[in-house]
Design a protein around this ligand. Sequence first.
Ligand code: GLP
Length: 267
Amino acid sequence: MRLIICKNYNEASCWAANYIAGRIKNFAARADKPFVLGLPTGSSPLGIYREFRSLYEKRQLSFTNVITFNMDEYVGLDAGHPQSYRRFMMENLFNHVDIDKGNIHILNGMAEDLTAECRAYEESIRACGGIELFVGGMGSDGHIAFNEPGSSLHSRTRVKTLTRDTKIANARFFDGDPDKVPSTALTVGVGTVMDAREVLIIVSGHSKARALHAVIEEGVNHLWTLSCLQMHQRAIIVCDEDATDELKVGTVRYFKEIETSVAERKG
Ligand code: GLP
């Protein structure tokens, strides 16, 4: 695992966005060889999406032949609901770039048969050749997507009941009222994320520091589901300095030294 420590959120967002843009560019996607990108919602990726828009405007990034799969969606919110993740993605990214709208995949939380919706989602990912790069954020309890503490580390896309912690954290988008946050969501599983050929997670702020410590410095643990990354062969966490507040000095130094030597090797 790489841990990229940036000075602040803005720098972390730019690093991540430029890394992802570079991966897309170097992949040289074609219609018969699309780049399959997993995407998150939440506050954490907003800086990445802002940077994507800017790179696109400068013609340094194109979403032609990019296929996207979003991580999760609330159950019971229609696509037009101001807090639906579909609307979030349209407003923050998809409406502003050259992605073919047919290449966008977001779970439908209004589906009549939610289990069938989740099964079909997994099948679509497989049919596209699997996810090349899954981008994600992290909850302050260390969850990835909506894989709440206690989720199976082998889980697949499914319906998940949200914890009180998550409802309180997301209440800021629902008039500050946790009871207005939907109680269930559709989410890719930990196993779905782990199947991606590469995973990049953006983490920012002191409120994520305890979780980052658990995810990086403690063992793989279903109570901190992002700790699954320890088992991934190609994983990157990009964070700001505030998020490292609970890491050991030695851990921070080690990961910084790795990046310095990577940079030196590149010359
Ligand atoms: C929700 C989302 C996650 C996201 C997390 C953190 O639970 N399902 O994908 O990573 O919130 O959100 P934020 O980035 O707003 O802190």
